[in-house]
Ligand binder design. Structure first.
Ligand code: PLP
Length: 383
């Protein structure tokens, strides 16, 4: 998006640059180790465990690949069903379809954009193997309500935690509620390495298997720790591990995690404080989060009264040099969603949310003057 922006334009998103990145990259390039699972992978993984609270973490090439690993680890088979929100990124569904299983789309809670736990309960069948939730914008899903449905049914919970790193639901870290969680380090995310991801695993047995799936189906991870004297083909698998070059950038970013988050929350809080009155006066709803929970300031969005309002606000901001944008197109009515998936009901709340939502620029390097420009742009909009 920044590619087509004018010189004074407030771009929608700009990747953070951490101070240690160049030195880390130089260290990798000067070493003879740029393939995966070197010192930077170990360091970044340690930092990721600290930030997420996860007992086990594995860096991957993407969140998409981490979701595919989760599908393998769950042993999804043709005919199995996985319940997920229609309002999410397609990878949550492609990982299910890759195993021949069926994504079953349900609606959202319109206050958060997160999966509606009541619909999860209605969608369960004897073929349901898992529920995948996503903490939209970093606002926690009602995990107690979802677990109250999944646990008695013996259905696995997977958190697509691409937006939720560092967030909290009560005293629980996001990514820690289910059996597994996935992270994205794509450069549109709070912490990134260009392209990258991770699988968080909250189960010791699954973690052992996850290490093997990630390393081409071999026990190379155990070999590197000196636990076996050679490595051999053990199981299904693929190559899901990132290069040390990616890990070097990620390690530098995770070292500045608190700084990144503080900068993002500052922008989020400025929008929330400045736009409330205007929103009330114009029938607009601002993104909000239960004050008892800890969101991650991944996004800041407004829900306009109708689709025309969405289009008009985006166009108005553009004339003020501010790039705002919509978000996910519902999966259940997309071409592949109709072909591969099933939906519980007509998902009206998802359709409306998608057609009304406007995201404002939110990134760690936004200057105060830019934040003021965005706010002035929104306040000058009249429906
Ligand atoms: C970004 C994102 C993904 C995909 O991440 P990649 O690392 O690009 O594969 C998946 N799910 C959600 C919710 C995302 O925001």
């Amino acid at each position: 998006m920044s590619g087509s922006a004018g010189p004074d334009e407030v771009v929608f998103s700009r990747p953070y640059r951490a101070s240690g990145e160049l030195a880390n990259l130089e260290a990798v390039l000067r070493s003879d180790h740029s393939h995966g699972d070197g010192d930077f992978t170990r360091s970044a993984t340690r930092r990721l465990r600290a930030v997420s609270g996860a007992p086990h973490a594995l860096l991957t090439t993407s969140c998409t690949h981490a979701l595919e690993m989760a599908g393998l680890l769950l042993g999804l088979r043709p005919g199995d069903e996985v319940v997920l929100p229609s309002f999410t990124f397609p990878s949550a569904a492609t990982a299910v379809v890759a195993r021949g299983a069926v994504p079953v789309f349900v609606d959202i809670d319109p206050l958060t954009g997160n999966i509606d736990p009541n619909q999860v309960a209605e969608a369960l069948t004897p073929r349901t193997r898992a529920v995948t939730v996503m903490h939209y914008g970093g606002v926690p899903v009602d995990l107690d309500a979802v677990l109250a449905v999944t646990e008695p049914a013996g259905v696995a919970l997977v958190e697509d935690n691409a937006h939720g790193l560092g967030g909290r639901y009560g005293d629980r870290m996001l990514g820690g509620a289910g059996v597994m969680a996935t992270q994205s380090f794509h450069d549109t995310k709070n912490v990134h390495c260009g392209e990258g991801g991770a699988l968080l695993v909250n189960d010791d047995v699954l973690f052992r298997r996850a290490e093997i799936l990630r390393e081409k189906g071999t026990d190379r991870a155990r070999f590197l720790r000196g636990e076996v004297d050679k490595y051999t083909w053990q199981d299904q698998g693929s190559s899901y591990l990132p290069s040390e070059l990616n890990a070097a950038v990620l390690d530098a970013q995770l070292a500045e995690f608190d700084t990144i988050q503080a900068a993002r929350h500052r922008v989020w809080n400025a929008y929330a404080a400045a736009l409330g009155e205007w929103a009330d006066a114009h029938g607009v709803r601002l993104m909000s989060s239960d004050p008892g929970l800890q969101h991650t300031a991944h996004l800041f969005y407004l829900v306009m009264p109708d689709h025309e309002g969405q289009q008009a606000l985006i166009a108005h901001l553009r004339t003020h040099g501010v790039r705002a944008t919509f978000h996910y197109v519902p999966l259940d009515t997309s071409p592949a969603g109709e072909h591969f998936g099933r939906r519980l009901t007509q998902l009206d709340r998802t359709a409306q949310f998608s057609r009304r939502l406007v995201r404002l620029p939110l990134w760690a390097g936004l200057a105060d003057a830019q934040v003021e420009r965005v706010i002035a742009g929104v306040l000058s909009y009249r429906p």
